[in-house]
Write a protein that binds this ligand. Structure first.
Ligand SMILES: [Zn+2]
Length: 108
């Protein structure tokens, strides 16, 4: 078990940091998008569009690494699921079921 716990810690730590990257990329994409003038086809706009595309691709790349982490967590973790309610917006909430050890959702 000790051995598995080390692996779970490793992949969980990695997953958390990769999720941080996705959050940062989303933030960067939001800023570049806000700088875009849709009626403008100047080289400046092309530059911003290129940046948005670059970070969108980075997100896809990082997501595959998160999926790998989840696969490994499923392999090593004896999941203990709990149900929780998350608030998406003031009037929208959703039930989720996630593992308290590795943070994987049931369907991941
Ligand atoms: Zn788990």
């Amino acid at each position: 078990m000790e051995h598995n716990n080390t692996k779970i810690d490793f992949f969980l730590h990695k997953k958390r940091n990769l999720i941080k990257l996705i959050d940062k990329f989303n933030y960067i994409i939001e800023i570049y998008t806000s700088l875009l003038d849709k009626d403008d086809y100047s080289s400046e706009s092309v530059y911003y569009i290129d940046k948005v595309n670059f970070y969108e691709n980075e997100k896809k790349e990082i997501q595959t690494k998160i999926d790998d982490c989840n696969k490994n967590l499923h392999k090593f973790c004896n999941h203990q699921y709990i149900e929780d309610v998350i608030d998406l917006a003031p009037e929208t909430s959703r039930y989720i079921k996630y593992c308290i050890i590795c943070e994987c959702t049931e369907d991941f």
